[in-house]
Design a protein. Structure first.
Length: 273
């Protein structure tokens, strides 16, 4: 049996990539797979709709091209990428033959299941998943969510320092704070519909101090202690005296409250049978 997937969420520059690499190694060593920036669900949401099924045309080539343009990473990713291609090609043939049905959510679920194969533990991280949470709730109804949150000023200033070809990066701290606020609001709207035992909010600096290792281990069903030991913040904590825009402050206060250990008591992950 494969237990429910773990989806790692968080806005840009909130520490999700570092946590994803740690989870990737833990899952890999346990015989599973956790994809760093897998983005397959994101691409399926963008490229698989009811009209595509009606027209008998699944855009498998566009999805594969997008995966290769900015490849996912982590231990075991080559095997995962091969399973993804087999799954997409098989689904595209069924769509062309009219044998895939008319429900894009059901087909997406089938593609994702085939991509994971027999992995006993699996999961994925991609920041843009925050923008598609209602679809996640439909396509992966038993998913568990780890939401990593970081002070908005730290995240905003990290965005402004970001290097490389990233045309989506804001140019001012004001715009970066507004983006942080918009993205994190999606979690606050989605979370009440997720059972408490399937969601965990973690604050970035508490994670780096090792204060969340036990909760994360219980939540995933894996001992993450050796994998999280090296996590360190790259920049100092934000000045708590910084005056935030009112809407940003409201979102941050709600996230911080949700991250308090007393707010959630995650049950252990179900045992494999």
């Amino acid at each position: 049996m494969t237990i429910s997937p773990v989806i790692l969420l968080g806005g840009q520059r909130c520490g999700t990539t570092a946590l994803a690499y740690a989870m990737n190694l833990a899952f890999h060593d346990a015989g599973g797979h956790f994809t760093v920036n897998g983005k397959l669900p994101y691409l399926l949401h963008r490229w698989l709709g009811g009209q595509d099924l009606a027209d008998r045309h699944l855009r498998a080539d566009e999805i594969l091209h997008a995966l290769d343009r900015r490849p996912p990473d982590g231990a075991g990713v080559e095997q995962w990428r091969a399973r993804v291609e087999r799954s997409l090609r098989a689904a595209a043939r069924d769509v062309a033959e009219g044998a895939a049905g008319d429900d894009p959510v059901e087909l997406a679920r089938r593609i994702l299941g085939a991509a994971q194969g027999e992995s006993p533990y699996w999961g994925d991280k991609y920041n843009e998943y925050l923008l598609h949470l209602p679809w996640f709730g439909r396509v992966l109804p038993d998913a568990r969510y780890v939401m990593l949150v970081r002070h908005p000023v730290e995240a905003a200033r990290s965005m402004l320092r970001w290097k490389g070809d990233r045309p989506y990066v804001p140019l001012t701290e004001e715009a970066a704070l507004a983006k942080w606020t918009a993205w994190n609001r999606h979690w606050l709207a989605f979370a009440p519909g997720v059972p408490a035992e399937r969601r965990l909010v973690v604050e970035y600096h508490a994670l780096c101090r090792g204060e969340e290792t036990e909760r994360l281990s219980r939540f995933t069903g894996l001992d993450l202690t050796p994998y999280l030991a090296g996590l360190k913040p790259r920049s100092p904590a934000a000045d708590t005296g910084v005056v935030l825009p009112a809407d940003t402050r409201t979102v941050w206060e709600e996230l911080r409250a949700a991250a308090e250990p007393a707010a959630t008591a995650p049950a252990p992950a179900p045992a494999l049978t």
